[in-house]
Design a protein around this ligand. Structure first.
Ligand code: DGL
Length: 267
């Protein structure tokens, strides 16, 4: 049985990439809901409907667990999906708690999509962990568009980020939390714009550790690498339900993994 991982688009490859490092013996179904990307500028009701459709797809494909590799979809839909479906559903949340703990009293900037910033879930999380009122939140809607166009390190990206970050006195900050899985593709530009003391945090490793824990508790982890006789690839990629089969599309996915591997080492 496979592990299902989905996002509105290519942001979810961040979690797939991490999962393939932590749990290399598993098989994966990756689903990018490109027909509906971006989620972050739509209404909660719309996103709930999209997520429900993807969940049904994952269940029809016999997944043993589903990772919602999207902070926006997690904040809008994770609880409702857990009520509706009985398979384990693991969501990603911005790493606000570790950021506050590690900031040494400096300020923390959480960047996310407009919908995630508006949603109660993120506000409640901040309220719970931010006793000293250190956290600021900033929506960066255009980064999802840049990512979906494959524009990761252009001058336009740099100008956009520079402009939005310019309203913050960054010398007062200790942590930048990436609260959208699409934002990992831009770590190199963030790094260039941030003072050295600002660390960049994201929730991918923690989310995949949680996935491993949940599957381990159920005795559902694969112990051996996928059987050699079995020709199904370790990852099947779907764009809103359509499987990617042609080599150019699959190569594009490989390039995203390469980009994320480079970004993974930027802190
Ligand atoms: N990658 C998603 C997230 O983590 C959402 C991007 C979007 O579709 O707006 O929030």
């Amino acid at each position: 049985m496979s592990i299902g991982i989905f996002d509105s688009g290519i942001g979810g490859v961040t979690l797939l990439h991490q999962a393939m490092i932590t749990l290399p013996q598993e098989k994966y179904i990756f689903y990018a809901d490109v027909d509906h990307v971006p989620y972050g500028t739509k209404s909660s009701q719309q996103v709930l409907g999209f997520v429900d459709e993807v969940m049904q797809f994952m269940i029809q494909h016999n997944c043993k667990a589903v990772v919602i590799a999207c902070n926006t979809a997690t904040s809008v839909a994770a609880e409702e999906m857990r009520r509706k479906y009985s398979i384990p559903i693991i969501g990603i949340e911005p790493a606000v708690k570790p950021a506050v703990q590690e900031s040494g009293g400096r300020r923390v900037l959480v960047v996310a999509t407009p919908l995630a910033v508006q949603e109660k879930k993120l506000k409640n999380l901040v309220k719970r962990v931010d006793e000293s009122h250190l956290v600021d939140m900033l929506a960066l809607p255009k980064l999802v568009e840049f990512a979906e166009r494959g524009e990761f390190a252009s001058e336009m990206v740099r100008q956009y980020l520079e402009e939005l970050l310019s309203s913050y006195d960054l010398d007062k900050y200790g942590e930048l939390v990436l609260g959208c899985t699409h934002f990992n593709y831009f770590k190199d530009t963030f790094r260039k714009l941030l003072p050295d003391q600002v660390k960049i945090l994201d929730g991918s490793a923690g989310t995949i550790r949680q996935l491993a824990r949940v599957l381990g508790e159920r005795g559902a982890l694969e112990e051996a690498p996928p059987c050699k006789m079995d020709n199904t690839p370790a990852v099947q990629y779907f764009l809103s339900g359509r499987e990617l089969v042609n080599p150019e599309d699959l190569e594009r996915m490989q390039r995203l993994h390469q980009r994320l591997e480079e970004m993974r080492h930027i802190l």
